[in-house]
Design a protein around this ligand. Structure first.
Ligand code: ATR
Length: 279
């Protein structure tokens, strides 16, 4: 038996009860033929450090994912950052090395890029609107800026989008917009990177930015039906709406690669996941 067998991984987040990551990693484990375990840990907002220490003190616990609201705050607890985590200043994947050091990485960017290409939602010279300026936005934005795309960011709290845009302004063309400015632009792709969907809400923006040819993508997804944001986009005429289930599988696959040195087949895994949750 290889020493890769029987290691444990988990997801730190709050909330985590909705997470499909345990199911996804079960599919991966079977597919790459390496047995590993994956669980969720509901982490109280002020106790991340304690929960990290406790989990990683066990020898077999060698990696984790980090989700809302810890993607940025976890940075202070790691020993090393990958280039991807450095550029996005946020972490979604942890790996224990040499039995004691934690490396922080971020696979959200590569995950969304893979998914947008898979869906044919991303073309050269696109004007992309990203709604939200939290950890998820930091993870994906540097990857959206390639291929001469222009990225516009709107966030409910304007100062946070200002800081985000400032950080990435030397990477490519990126602009910060206020709510009343949105209607002045023609966006090709609108990405909801807020956590509003988890609470059954949608970002408060004008529907005038939606039309039939605008691609609408929600990082969030629901097991059944459309997310509130995608329902709203459809209602206002978009013919191209997709939720983040493909990105979820893609970013998880790249975490799996980091931990197991094997990249699962993303398309097949997505099919298996949809079958297992009956989407
Ligand atoms: P994540 O790691 O998922 O990005 P986060 O860092 O907590 O989570 O960020 C959540 C993002 O969703 C923020 O941009 C937040 O806006 P604020 O900065 O104004 O708080 C946004 N958000 C959450 N609920 C929202 C809602 N109902 N409408 C609009 N934006 C919302």
């Amino acid at each position: 038996m290889s020493n890769l067998q029987n290691r444990c991984f988990c997801l730190f987040g709050n909330p985590v009860s909705h997470s499909l990551s345990p199911v996804i990693h079960k599919i991966f484990s079977k597919q790459i033929n390496i047995k590993y375990f994956y669980s969720t840990i509901l982490t109280p907002k002020k106790s991340l450090s304690f929960f990290l220490k406790k989990f990683f003190s066990q020898e077999n616990n060698v990696g984790a994912n980090v989700t809302l609201p810890f993607k940025k705050s976890v940075i202070k607890y790691v020993d090393f950052l990958s280039d991807r985590a450095k550029i996005s200043e946020s972490i979604n994947t942890l790996k224990k090395i040499d039995k004691k050091f934690l490396v922080g990485d971020n696979t959200d960017g590569i995950g969304i890029l893979y998914d947008l290409k898979r869906l044919n939602f991303l073309k050269k010279n696109f004007n992309i609107l990203v709604i939200g300026a939290g950890g998820a936005s930091y993870g994906i934005i540097p990857y959206l800026m390639y291929n001469m795309n222009k990225v516009y960011v709107y966030n409910r709290t304007h100062y946070k989008s200002y800081l985000l845009v400032k950080k990435f302004s030397n990477v490519g063309e990126i602009f910060c917009l206020k709510k009343n400015e949105l209607k002045n632009y023609n966006f090709n792709l609108i990405i909801n990177a807020t956590s509003s969907g988890i609470y059954g809400q949608i970002p408060d923006i004008s529907s005038s930015i939606i039309s039939e040819n605008v691609y609408c993508y929600d990082l969030y997804f629901k097991k059944i039906g459309y997310t509130p944001f995608l329902q709203w986009c459809k209602k206002h005429g978009s013919l191209h709406v997709q939720d983040g289930i493909g990105m979820l599988v893609s970013q998880a696959a790249y975490s799996c690669l980091l931990w197991n040195k094997k990249l699962p087949n993303i398309e097949n895994s997505l099919k298996s996941l949809k079958n297992s949750i009956k989407i």
